[in-house]
Design a protein around this ligand. Structure first.
Ligand code: HEM
Length: 208
């Protein structure tokens, strides 16, 4: 029973943290600078929150499969739609998890893969978010209480605003003056990352 509470609580924390991760990804793309942080601080925040979110996701998954109240095997955790417990809604969570695994693995291998391939796979993180939201809506117990509905609605609203901003206010990286300015900023403002890593290449609408 305790594990079930852990599973529910960590699911809710994952929803909030992954929403924050995507919002920070958009902030990186828009070159948002938070007060008291250097520009590359936004990148560091995005990575740090991603890491914490993955730890909570690990706890969410382990508590789901360790809980004897429901039967969720390791196969169900990795292979979508094959389990006996709520296969559709659980399967969507599994697909979200598989996509995030691909993002983590390619991020670890980023130096070998090259930036273009890494960025293409990084898009999957954005695809996993709506799947995870629908998974929570379909399988979650706490949706019966009003606050969970409001929390989920708040996350969806924040994401909608970020997507609009990410598309409308996308920086124009292709102008020579912008490239020069951003490389000058990077030299003064480096956070352990080369200018090439974060600012000079043209990017997908909300890529980071
Ligand atoms: C990015 C991936 C995921 C996110 C963000 C996520 C998030 C959530 C959320 C928000 C809930 C609703 C919690 C509630 O209403 O109390 C939930 C429920 C649940 N999740 Fe996930 N989840 C993810 C992946 C997974 C995976 C891979 C599994 C297991 C294989 C899983 C197993 C469950 C179970 C069993 C519940 C039902 C808990 C209950 O009865 O309320 N989730 N998840």
């Amino acid at each position: 029973m305790t594990l079930w509470y852990v599973n529910r609580a960590t699911g809710i924390v994952c929803l909030v943290l992954f929403t924050a991760v995507v919002l920070l990804g958009v902030a990186v793309h828009l070159r948002t600078r938070f007060p008291g942080l250097p520009r590359f601080g936004t990148v560091a925040l995005h990575r740090g929150v991603s890491l914490v979110a993955m730890v909570f996701l690990g706890a969410h998954i382990v508590s789901a499969s360790a809980d004897s109240y429901v039967s969720i095997s390791l196969t169900d955790v990795l292979v979508p739609f094959v389990g006996s417990y709520d296969p559709l809604w659980l399967g969507l969570g599994t697909v979200a998890f598989d996509l995030l695994l691909a993002v983590v693995v390619t991020s670890l291998l980023r130096a070998r893969l090259g930036r273009r391939a890494w960025r293409a796979v990084h898009w999957l993180a954005y695809a996993s978010w709506p799947l995870a939201v629908v998974h929570g809506l379909g399988i979650g117990t706490d949706l019966a209480s009003g606050w969970m509905v409001w929390l989920t609605a708040g996350c969806v609203a924040a994401m909608a605003v970020a997507l609009v901003l990410g598309t409308v206010r996308a920086p124009r990286r292709d102008r020579p003056a912008d490239i020069l300015r951003s490389s000058r900023e990077s030299r003064h403002d480096s956070f352990g990352e080369s200018p090439r890593d974060s600012s000079r290449e043209p990017s997908l609408p909300i890529g980071v």
